[in-house]
Design a protein around this ligand. Structure first.
Ligand SMILES: Nc1ncnc2c1ncn2[C@@H]1O[C@H](COP(=O)(O)OP(=O)(O)OP(=O)(O)O)[C@@H](O)[C@H]1O
Ligand SMILES: [Mg+2]
Length: 406
């Protein structure tokens, strides 16, 4: 939630980009509405956020009664299970939003851990920043989307509070926080994620995306896939969160949805950033960035690196073409503890997702099949060889040159 214009055509947007750190990813980085008119270039024209600008409804458009009452398999929607809370209940749950209960902050507002008084359930409570320039619309889309959705790889919305100006969302608590926390060192005493956990997380996130694309009715384009929106429980079971930017996919024989370019710099598909034409393949590109982030441990945009390495995808493209260089893409924090064949296969999936041409990117179902397989191929450093740069170059049986073609 609370992302910003992801087009790189707008320098001001790029400057205020969070560069994928949660600290920077706070209120300053909120989405700036851009033109929703597909005829104009979204990178150059901006106008006020106006839902009517879009020729396609948000995933749970407040005006779309049909959407409100549909569930993925035409059963009763999950909506009945979403509770409403009074503000007082959430004040009690968080001990008046005590600093010690603070979990993090994004574009929507602050997130606190809380305990519901009536059930003792531990929850995460996200409070809309009342000074923010947007959020109400995201709040509504989030509540309605998650009311219609139910899947083990989507975070569960327990309820919400809409009292006077207050807007709060109450979620199941995810004890391991976000994938971004794990990959980019924001957790104290964190242990680097091992290869098996990374593949498990990738497969789980892909299954969540598959649910949105292939099982929800109407199908949903997520638009905000990134590491900070992948939450983890203790077993590294991944759940997607933050659906405030989600959109209903193209209907009828349409191939895309024309919309404002929103998302996060570094994750946004170039075709979507340039044209404002949103497709399911825009999400696949973002997924490719996440997978590459999982493999390399690098941020999508990192201005602390030399210029040629600041953009993760730009850095990776030439390496994808030469298998002899694949080892360079493995996160050094893995300390060589990864399967060479698994690395090759994971990079091949990432490269396919990151194809410049959207129609060359795979469907999410194929990504799920491939990653489910990879996640079952457990790597054990006590049994399998630990890689080192010279080993990867000289001894790998798959390391025969060639590459994967993005
Ligand atoms: N359900 C949850 N359980 C546990 N921690 C959570 C939960 N939801 C959010 N958090 C924590 O709060 C932080 C902020 O989340 P939030 O979704 O508001 O912002 P973000 O994803 O970092 O940024 P953005 O606004 O760009 O989406 C997360 O990084 C995570 O650590
Ligand atoms: Mg988030």
């Amino acid at each position: 939630m609370g992302c910003f214009l992801c087009s790189d055509g707008d320098p001001s947007a790029a400057k205020s980009s969070p560069k994928n750190t949660r600290k920077n990813n706070s209120k300053n980085d909120k989405s700036h509405p851009s033109s929703d008119n597909s005829k104009s270039t979204p990178t150059t024209e901006f106008k006020k956020d106006n839902p009517k600008d879009s020729n396609q409804s948000s995933v749970a458009n407040e005006n779309d009664d049909k959407n409100k009452n549909k569930s993925p398999d035409n059963k009763e929607p999950n909506k009945a299970k979403v509770r409403t809370f009074t503000y007082a209940q959430l004040v009690t749950a968080t001990n008046n939003f005590k600093g010690a209960y603070f979990l993090g902050e994004g574009g929507f507002g602050k997130v606190y851990k809380g305990k519901l008084e009536d059930s003792d359930q531990i929850v995460a409570i996200k409070q809309l920043d009342l000074d923010g320039s947007q959020g109400i619309r995201e709040f509504v889309v989030e509540v309605l989307t998650l009311s219609m959705a139910e899947h083990p790889n989507l975070v569960k919305l327990i309820g919400y509070c809409a009292e006077a100006k207050q807007r709060l969302l109450v979620y199941e608590f995810m004890p391991f926080g976000s994938l971004e926390d794990h990959l980019h060192g924001l957790r104290l005493n964190k242990k680097p994620l091992d290869w098996n956990a990374r593949m498990k997380i990738a497969a789980g996130a892909a299954r969540g995306l598959e649910y949105l694309h292939d099982q929800m009715n109407p199908a949903v384009i997520y638009r905000d896939l990134k590491c900070s929106n992948i939450l983890l429980n203790r077993e590294y079971h991944a759940k997607l969160s933050d659906f405030g930017l989600a959109k209903v996919g193209p209907l009828g024989d349409k191939t895309h949805v024309s919309t404002r370019v929103m998302g996060t710099y570094g994750y946004c598909a170039p075709d979507y950033a340039m044209t404002g034409q949103l497709t399911f393949k825009s999400d696949i590109y973002s997924f490719g960035v996440v997978l590459l982030e999982l493999i390399t441990g690098r941020r999508p945009i990192d201005d602390t690196k030399p210029a040629s390495e600041q953009n993760l995808v730009t850095w990776a493209r030439p390496l994808f073409k030469d298998r002899k260089k694949f080892y360079k893409m493995a996160d050094p924090e893995l300390e060589g503890k990864y399967p060479v064949r698994g690395l090759y296969q994971a990079l091949a999936i990432a490269a396919m997702c990151l194809q410049e041409q959207p129609n060359m990117r795979p469907l999410v179902a194929d990504v799920v099949t491939a990653l489910n397989y990879l996640a079952t191929q457990k790597y054990d450093p006590l049994v399998h060889p630990v890689q080192s740069p010279w080993r990867s170059r000289s001894r790998s049986n798959i390391d025969q040159g060639g590459g994967v073609s993005p």
